[in-house]
Ligand binder design. Structure first.
Ligand code: TRP
Length: 335
């Protein structure tokens, strides 16, 4: 990645962000903002594709999400943070791109297919929902992003984007649009507190960046460990043990973790002791984030200004791309 790379990444504002987001993407964004030009989209339009009947949820969470960004150290001086619905060019680009995507193709998107199943939308899936990968292609191409840091579930979106880019440039004989490269995160994924593979707000197994200290303690003390480790003196299993998975990620003292693991496997180390250790580490990690989050939450005017400024900057870039796109499509009537 070089200074010339343009990064676009973002989140649907459907809930506050949790430790899984931190490990999977936020930590990386904090690092990348120093070496690349980074845009972060708060994808409210996309969130509405399956929450259209709950606008309050989306609106509230736009502010929750930006508080999380700022609290973990995303710096609005380095990263342009903006609200999707406030960039009209994104809707216009989506409209033009739709012509370039066969109807069967949108239905083949594996992530969309899984989501339709998981959200029980088979009976009546909104047209806007199946089309959201096209709108995501607009997000990515409007900023001429070269890099999109993603989790595995987003790979089909990049593939769809690049198909649109190639079709557009070929059909309209131009090089206006730029292909994006998906860059998979550090490969780290944090399991849920219940031991399930993924931490998710809808799964009820998340530790939120803004959780109060006592809530964090409670979640840690209730974490899934080795279900067969019934007595302290019994040998315990590390594999699939959530508490150790978290220690691997958050405890900087690797020798200590190794010693704990060996003791646990030998027997004689109780779950409660390991959980207390993890709790200390997570509290130390989350405390400064929570403090910053609370401070920002008290200054709504400052938050508004960050969003207004970021959105204005983003609008200029997206509008410029839209102008080029329309010129290529011969829609520049009175230019
Ligand atoms: N689909 C992404 C998610 O569900 C959010 C998103 C919208 C996005 N537009 C984007 C991510 C553009 C990267 C680039 O989290």
């Amino acid at each position: 990645m070089t200074k010339k790379d343009i990064i676009l990444t973002g989140d649907r504002p459907t809930g506050p962000l949790h430790l899984g987001h931190y490990v999977g993407s936020l930590a990386n964004r904090v690092k990348l903002q120093d070496s690349c030009h980074q845009f972060i989209i708060i994808a409210d339009t996309q969130a509405l594709t399956d929450n259209f009947d709950n606008p309050d949820k989306v609106r509230t969470n736009v502010f929750q999400v930006i508080l999380d960004y700022l609290a973990v150290g995303i710096d609005p001086q380095k990263t342009t943070i903006f609200i999707q619905s406030m960039i009209p060019a994104l809707c216009e680009l989506t409209m033009y791109y739709m012509n370039l995507v066969p109807f069967n193709r949108v239905l083949r998107n594996p992530t969309v297919k899984t989501e339709i199943k998981d959200k029980n939308m088979e009976e009546s899936v909104p047209f806007g929902f199946v089309a959201y990968p096209i709108s995501q292609a607009a997000d990515i191409t409007a900023f001429k992003a070269t890099i999109v840091p993603v989790g595995e579930d987003q790979l089909p979106m990049i593939e769809q984007t690049n198909e649109i880019v190639r079709a557009f440039n070929r059909i309209y004989q131009t090089d206006v649009l730029v292909e994006a490269k998906a860059v998979m995160g550090a490969g780290k994924r944090l399991p849920g507190t219940d031991g399930r593979e993924k931490m998710g707000k809808s799964l009820g197994n998340a530790i939120y960046l803004g959780d109060p200290a006592d809530v964090v303690t409670k979640k840690v003390m209730n974490m899934y460990t080795d279900p067969n480790h019934l007595r302290v003196q019994d040998p315990g299993k590390i594999e699939g043990n959530t508490v150790f998975a978290y220690l691997d990620i958050f405890d900087p003292n690797k020798d200590e973790v190794q010693a704990l693991k060996e003791h646990y496997e030998r027997g004689g180390l109780g779950d409660v002791v390991v959980k207390r250790r993890l709790n200390e580490i997570l509290q130390a990690f989350l405390e400064p984030i929570r403090t910053k989050r609370e401070a920002f939450a008290k200054d709504r005017a400052a938050i508004d200004q960050i969003l207004i400024d970021g959105t204005q900057r983003a609008n200029e870039v997206a509008q410029e791309t839209l102008d080029q796109v329309k010129r290529a499509m011969k829609l520049d009537y009175f230019a």
